[in-house]
Design a protein around this ligand. Structure first.
Ligand code: CUA
Length: 317
């Protein structure tokens, strides 16, 4: 990777091959069609040029020709559609056991946090051969996380989590771009992904840079500081607020009669604007934390809540 300018970036992720195959197929098909059209254009231009003795009467359009043309093209387009959908689903479905990384974007930098708490800015170290799942949010405007060598791109939005996953296929340094115009220094909002072999990654993790506390323990500390436990009793029992143990991923009935799935998005909203979706059987007494907790701390609180298991699971709380 000596050249600054890359016409076709190297393929360095597990998904790159299937994205490239589809892309090359579509380019090839477009080329064939373009050449065909250009050749016919040239042929007719010469044949019907001024002064040639040819029949210039227009023949009525034949319905058979039209139908044949449509019938021939439909399977080709459907083939591209299903192929594209297959690749798209592969890119969207996060594999089980992926390494979770929190990403907070802001003007104009990328902040990363590893499961062990280690933080990085504009550089993300990942192991080769292991899927990495990013949970991303923006602190200000819309950004877009784009790693050409991995063939992945995803908008990073304020107020909403988006996810993206990739699996680096070979060690190296890969460029990370912000692909959404986000203000004056948008063009400088670049970084790199450093893919290390599993061994080197383990070494890097054990390296000298001090690991911060993990998101889970940081979340636990915040949970204490904000005195969440005064209402959200960890053990069950009648209380002013729902127990948080083992709730992640469950569906809960709401006071308005509807239901909600408890995911990252729901937890985030319920911390910032608790009155938006009140759990059935409880009063909307929790104070809103909007403007008081930053995105990084929200991710830590959510990591902590996700880690809480139900008492029946035998986990000590
Ligand atoms: Cu962030 Cu452009």
């Amino acid at each position: 990777m000596n050249s600054e300018f890359e016409l076709f970036p190297e393929a360095a992720s597990k998904a790159a091959g299937s994205v490239d195959a589809l892309f090359i197929f579509m380019v090839a098909l477009s080329l064939v069609m373009s050449v065909l059209i250009a050749a016919m254009l040239l042929y007719f231009a010469i044949k019907y040029r001024r002064g040639t003795a040819v029949n210039r009467d227009q023949e009525p359009t034949s319905i058979t020709t039209e139908l044949t043309w449509i019938a021939a093209m439909l399977p080709v387009l459907l083939f591209i559609f299903f192929w594209g959908a297959k690749v798209c689903f592969e890119l969207l479905k996060v594999p089980e056991g992926a390494m979770p990384i929190n990403v907070v974007a802001k003007q104009w930098m990328w902040k990363f946090q590893h499961p062990d708490g280690r933080r990085e800015i504009d550089v993300l170290h990942v192991p080769v051969g292991r899927p990495v799942a990013l949970t991303m949010i923006s602190q200000d405007v819309i950004h877009s996380f784009f790693v050409p060598a991995f063939r992945v791109k995803q908008d990073v939005l304020p107020g909403r989590y988006t996810t993206l996953w990739f699996e680096a296929a070979k060690p190296g340094n890969y460029r990370l771009y912000c692909a959404e115009y986000c203000g004056t220094n948008h063009s400088k909002m670049v970084g790199r992904i450093v893919a290390l072999s599993q061994e080197d990654f383990a070494k890097w993790l054990a390296g000298e840079n001090m690991a911060d506390t993990s998101p889970i323990s940081a979340g636990e500390r915040l949970f204490g500081q904000l005195q969440c436990a005064s209402c959200h009793e960890r053990m069950q029992g009648p209380n002013r607020a729902p127990s948080l143990a083992g709730i992640f991923g469950k569906t809960t009935p709401l006071a308005d009669g509807s239901t909600a799935v408890i995911d990252e998005e729901y937890l985030r909203e319920s911390i910032l604007r608790p009155a938006a979706k009140v759990v059935a059987g409880f009063q909307p007494i929790m104070p809103p934390y909007e403007g008081q907790i930053g995105e990084e701390h929200l991710l830590e609180l959510i990591a902590y809540i996700k880690s809480l298991e139900t008492p029946e699971d035998g986990a000590a709380l």
